[in-house]
Design a binder for this molecule. Sequence first.
Ligand code: S3P
Length: 435
Amino acid sequence: MAMKKVEFQQATLQGELVVPGDKSISHRAVMLGSIAEGKTEISGFLDGEDCLQTVDIFQKLGVVVTREGTNVTVESPGMNGWQTPTEELYAGNSGTTARLMLGILAGSRVTSVLTGDQYLSKRPMNRVALPLASMGANIAGEEGSNLLPLTITGGSLVAIDYDMPIASAQVKSAILFAGLNAEGTTSVTEQTVSRDHTERMLEQFGASIQREGNTVRVEGGQSLRGTTVKVPGDISSAAFFMVAAAMTKGSAVSFKDVGLNPTRTGILDVLQAMGANIQITEQSDSIGEPFGTVHVSHSTLRGTEIGGELIPRLIDELPIIALLATQAEGTTVIKNAEELRVKETDRIAAVTAELKKMGAQVEETEDGMIIHGPTALTGASLASYGDHRLGMMAGIASLITTGPVTIDDASCINISYPRFFDDLEKLAVPAITNG
Ligand code: S3P
């Protein structure tokens, strides 16, 4: 474990940033490129560990995936031409890889074993495996189908109409992928809308889907064609520096070509509600996903309430939003966010514990947190829990603490943002030290 000391106290953030490619879109581009027949060319791919696990899995299935930096080419015979892998398919820390692969592999012609790291092996898979089982999928592990490792014996599937009990794009996507190979028309209905990258990209690959209200329908037996995918910057990665710019005096940062899919922009709504200065320019829709340039600068902040339909639109941003709330005047309430308990770690418990170590006034609730501010934070020894977003929250906290922050294991940040500390150093004026 690499301990990291970060000292950026009282730095101001200034300049322009191009954040790495969107994690959700990068995964889906490789997945759909491998399901499709022919060649898919992806640019702006996120070369973080999670997405590289997805690449590795398809290489083990016999798909030719070549990568030069952030350009990836996928050449596939189509999923009926995949080979039975000779090794286990390792998803690492990536919940998206594991859940979406279950949906894909269930309707394939191969038998495979899906595994993950110590954290992913504790995360629930039944949310995907049970609806897939009702489509006829054969997914089995030592204790049912809830925990990795799982053996998936691909076979024929039948369509279902599925009412989603939780807002999860991973569940929705897994069922839609399985539906591509099922007999009949599969439908998924959400109570609260989650990110729709799968729906958008299915269309880009030539699939016909119907979207009506909160329901998506896909007919089985369609074949997909390879295509070109341009991945916008990940707003979930940008969020760390957006929060940093909003809460540090004198800061102003522009985020170029960042994804602005409305199912992902809850962070902008919250920043605005808290009083941050935000402007959006150069908006475009030319790549199948909206994107643009977001300008964020410092101002005084006030507490807000975050819950309901907003939650899936900012689910991954809640750790950094909690840090932001410690700097806002008044109380911030985060509720209806119980999904945070089954992320890379229990993010409600972990964020509460780490913020408290720096002197924040924060209470843990069953489904969220209550944060009182503003509070001056002090440097502390923080734990990342092997969770990239906790590691980055600690890195950003070092901008506002008196005294340095140390992170017990910062290597997990490579999961979604390998150049995080380089970008922090680039924007920080004056960049003090970084050991
Ligand atoms: C993701 C969906 C979300 C999110 C995760 C990525 C995706 O998870 O937290 O980081 O790419 O579909 P859930 O679908 O479990 O909410």
